[in-house]
Design a binder for this molecule. Structure first.
Ligand SMILES: [Zn+2]
Length: 54
């Protein structure tokens, strides 16, 4: 499942959450610290598993 990175605009906590696409589309993301829903999605640096062939 994809990982999404969010910044809580209430308490400035940066957190990542893993959820399915359907959950993501619902947009019900809450800050784990203060429980507020005022979150901003951050530009995620996708950690794709690159197998470097040397
Ligand atoms: Zn918060």
């Amino acid at each position: 499942m994809p990982t999404y990175e969010y910044l809580c605009t209430t308490c400035k906590k940066l957190f990542t959450t893993v959820m399915s696409i359907s959950e993501y589309e619902k947009g019900k993301v809450k800050c784990p610290k203060c429980g507020k829903g005022k979150v901003k999605q951050q530009v995620t640096t996708f950690q794709t598993k690159t197998s470097k062939k040397s």
